[in-house]
Design a protein around this ligand. Sequence first.
Ligand code: LLP
Length: 437
Amino acid sequence: MDHFDYRDRTLFCEDVPVPELAAKYGTPLYVYSEAALVQKLTEVQTAFAEAKPIICYSVKANGNLSICRLMGKHGSGFDVTSQGEFQRALTAGPEDSKIVFAGVGKTDTEIEFALRNGVFLFDVESEQELHNIGKVANGLGVKANVALRVNPDLPPKTHVKTDTSVKGVKFGLDIETIVDVAMGVVGHAGLSVVGLHMHLGSPILKADPYRMGAEKGLALIKQFRAQGHDIKYLNMGGGFGINYRKDEAKPASAFADAIMPALRESGCQLILEPGRFIVGNSAILLSRVLYTKATGGKHYIIQDAAMNDLIRPTLYGSFHRIWPVNPAADVPVTPDVNGDPDDPQPFRDMPNCFKQDVVGPVCESGDYLAKDRPLPGAKRGDLLAAFSAGAYGMAMASNYNSRVRAAEVLVTGRTHRLIRRRESFADLVACEADCLT
Ligand code: LLP
């Protein structure tokens, strides 16, 4: 991962030795590299520069206010999916931030809030929602800018729980009927249909689905224009994949190559909603080993991060590389492919490693960060790093088992600062304490 590297068998984030962070802030701890965040945003901006894109960082990937502020400072707008995310963007972003609002279930309150707070456009997901946005806008005496979200009906391309462009999912308007739906709002007093939106799914490691999606989008844009809609924007959503195992991710330029031909022909301005691509490889989840244990032929490393801190492994079977922060002299400094289940020889080049599960303190057998992973022996007090944890890590964290959520730290060169303090018991019960009779 860029900006995380081992020096003399100690993991560094930028120029800070990671053990220093554990000592100062405790564990479990999310550790972000500012340089990595800015580098990935810049990579997208550069790859698509020709399109003068409106990059709307997807707040759902990681809504930390300091990260949103950093995104805004470097020229990003925001993609939001709830009033809460909208308020994060308003709180952290510059005043003129462009905010796009997607999601299948926007409430009237949320629609009104967005209209009153300068939403750039709504990504509309159903015919009923479209007419409802028109109604709310009419009620306020304003016109809502909308992009119709199409489900482009592409072959499966990622995990079934996060593929959003196969037939039958709840997202977007069906490609077969979207033109009729657009027809129904030509000349509507409360609506301006100014764009077409799609979000194919997440994470996507191939560029080809974007080519197919953009081509289908182009054909629709032509039809909307023929109806009289002034289509200015093509929003291709997010979904660009990252490195979880090794170097499987494509650079942003590969996605640009796939999208640009259809975009050029459309004459539209491009909107993108990358989340994971920007924040995913910018962070580790740092934890400390509590105990080790062997039972029934299995070996467990019990450490202080759990499924409530990082739910992706148990929810999607996701792979996060895990490695000691201070690997011993007789193990590789960094694993080649650290137990990839698809690797026919997972122990190749992994001397002194054996199969272990990395588990947390939560009371479920499904509480694991890694299963059957070749790892070196661990001892109480060792630090472990779970890599590629910046996206949908803290964002999906919970208080299950009444565990307080982890702290988050941002590293900049040789300096570091808290961007979210560790929760306290008072935080944990805040919404209940007043109700206690
Ligand atoms: N735009 C829309 C409309 C989306 O629904 C999403 C993600 C994005 C943009 C950003 O996608 P990204 O660039 O981050 O891939 N919890 C799952 C991922 C769910 C993605 C939901 N939508 C995970 O941990 O893998």
